[in-house]
Design a protein around this ligand. Structure first.
Ligand SMILES: Nc1nc2c(ncn2[C@@H]2O[C@H](COP(=O)(O)OP(=O)(O)OP(=O)(O)O)[C@@H](O)[C@H]2O)c(=O)[nH]1
Ligand SMILES: [Mg+2]
Length: 215
């Protein structure tokens, strides 16, 4: 994808500008009202959602990351602010964490799915997939749900630093084949490493295109 210099620069400024914590929601009532265009980060537990939010915003501890899967248990809302631009980022709890109590998994998943499907201000969902694992069954389920709800999404491969070039090429090819069959998916695959800061400029610029002008 070709991006204009001005768009790259605006996205860089937006993501390195002010970033305010808005809410942490464990239930529907705690989800903030729809005031600003939103981008959500979804994916398996431990795939690197919180790390990506931190890397995109050049912050180490904005979103809490963890060695232990199941760290993010709430829907966490942050607002990026740069001059008249606003964009809300939503760090979602991961799915597929087998060790959490069954009841908890159920309630997190229900809340997350409810949020994903009923939020007009949600502009796109970054669906994160670990480069080493590729797309799994649960990811496919989420893709289907998003397609059905006509919620646009973009596939983001994470932890690309963990793979050799040929392995990465293979997983990129396989992933591209799958996303090409999904109508709600952005056609360009994003390949990232939060550790090495790879792929972040493209992703910031794409996500920055959803920022809202206030005033
Ligand atoms: N090598 C490498 N490790 C990463 C990268 N991104 C995240 N990690 C590691 O993966 C682990 C999980 O990262 P998190 O960002 O907490 O994952 P999460 O998806 O938010 O996890 P949950 O909140 O449990 O769903 C941590 O140990 C991170 O340091 C990356 O790009 N490269
Ligand atoms: Mg997390």
């Amino acid at each position: 994808m070709f991006y204009e210099e001005a768009d790259i620069e605006n996205a860089r400024k937006l993501f390195s500008g002010e970033c305010n914590f808005i809410a942490a929601a464990l239930n529907e009532e705690a989800i903030p009202p729809q005031e600003v265009n939103e981008i959500a980060f979804a994916g398996r537990s431990n795939v690197g959602k919180s790390s990506l939010v931190n890397a995109l915003t050049n912050r180490k501890t904005l979103a809490r990351t963890s060695q232990t899967p199941g760290r993010t248990r709430q829907l966490i809302f942050f607002d990026l602010i740069y001059q008249s631009l606003r964009l809300r980022l939503v760090d979602l709890p991961g799915y597929g964490y087998a060790k959490a109590p069954k009841k908890d998994i159920h309630s997190w998943t229900t809340l997350t799915v409810k949020y994903l499907k009923g939020r007009p201000s949600l502009r796109t969902v970054c669906l994160l997939v670990d480069s080493r694992r590729g797309i799994g069954d649960y990811d496919r389920l989420i893709m289907k749900e998003l397609d059905l709800a006509a919620v646009s999404w973009v596939l983001v491969l994470t932890k690309a630093d963990k793979l050799k070039n040929d392995e990465l090429t293979k997983v990129k090819d396989e992933t591209n084949k799958i996303i090409s069959k999904h109508p709600a998916s952005y056609p360009e695959l994003m390949v990232t490493s939060s550790l090495k800061n790879d792929g972040l400029i493209s992703l910031r610029t794409y996500l920055g295109s959803f920022a809202q002008k206030i005033g």
